[in-house]
Design a protein around this ligand. Structure first.
Ligand code: PLP
Length: 281
């Protein structure tokens, strides 16, 4: 298994990072996940642009062109050229004596790897999700490698035999532990606005764009937990989740079988169709 680390492609066993790396000490870094499908890296530019925006937001000086340039050689070294795979990238604020204030002049630590990954064109799962308090910080728009809130709420879902946790902040559904959440009510697609309480998913943006193209009305506003029972459909979105129908959310059952709502199904099909073209630029 090969990894890209600070400019070199080496085997995973040889990839070593200092214990003084701020990613290790503080979770001081940004990550990104994208997939390569039949026609190239799915929305590569959108993912790399978001990574750059996030690094700018936290003041790490690094240009994602380095990552873009390294993708082809990494995929080649990993024997994944033109193959379905998942690409993980992480950039931290680098190695420095442990001190909260940003170090001056420490080069960013850049790590990336690719793994074989098969993604069916439509997520076959009808998901069951629990509701969990959203106790994360107030900058969920930053794709921080510090994911304690996300992993703890996800683990609660796993322990209850559910597939995902939908998070509730001040009575409002914000997003999933690693997904965005959408509702459908009377034909309108509703999702939380892209503010500091959610990560603005690339898949979320794609679904909103598809809705516009398909003349499906959209509303970007938070849905109160108490309104779940009045919604007609719900689904999660994410790079590896794609568009996943929700069968059960908290106390409310949308479907007790494999049924998928009409609008969810249309969006799943439209999303799957995007794979038939090159979306990387
Ligand atoms: N929300 C959170 C908290 C996430 O961690 C993710 C993906 O990792 C998403 C939403 C979905 O984002 P994307 O569609 O870009 O994968």
């Amino acid at each position: 298994e090969k990894v890209f680390l600070n400019g070199k492609i080496i085997s995973a066993e040889d990839a070593k990072i200092s214990v003084f790396d701020r990613g290790f000490l503080f979770g001081d870094g940004i990550y990104e996940v994208m997939v390569q499908l039949e026609n190239g890296i799915f929305y590569k530019k959108a993912h790399l642009d978001r990574l750059q925006d996030n690094l700018n937001k936290i003041g790490v000086s690094f240009h994602v062109k380095t990552i873009d340039d390294a993708l082809e050689p990494l995929l080649k070294a990993s024997d994944l050229t033109d193959k379905s795979c998942l690409i993980y990238m992480q950039v931290t604020r680098g190695v420095a004596p442990r001190k909260h204030s940003f170090p001056k002049g420490a080069p960013a630590t850049v790590m990336m790897y690719a793994l074989p990954y098969d993604l069916p064109s439509i997520n076959p799962k009808n998901m069951k999700a629990i509701l969990e308090p959203d106790f994360r910080w107030h900058r969920c728009d930053i794709k921080s490698i510090s994911l304690l809130g996300n992993i703890m709420t996800n683990e609660s879902a796993m322990e209850s035999g559910a597939d995902e946790a939908a998070l509730v902040r001040d009575g409002m559904i914000s997003e999933g532990s690693h997904t965005n959440i959408f509702f459908v009510k009377d034909g309108t697609v509703i999702t939380h606005p892209a503010n500091e309480h959610i990560l603005d998913g690339i898949s979320r943006q794609i679904v909103l764009k598809l809705c516009k193209e398909m003349n499906i009305p959209t509303l970007e506003k938070p849905v109160p937990q108490t309104e779940i029972q009045n919604m007609d459909e719900a689904f999660f979105t994410g790079t590896t989740t794609q568009v996943a129908s929700i069968a059960v959310l908290g106390e409310h059952t949308f479907y007790d079988n494999d049924n998928v709502g009409k609008t969810t199904k249309r969006l799943q099909e439209a999303f799957a169709k995007l794979r038939t073209t090159d979306t990387s630029q």
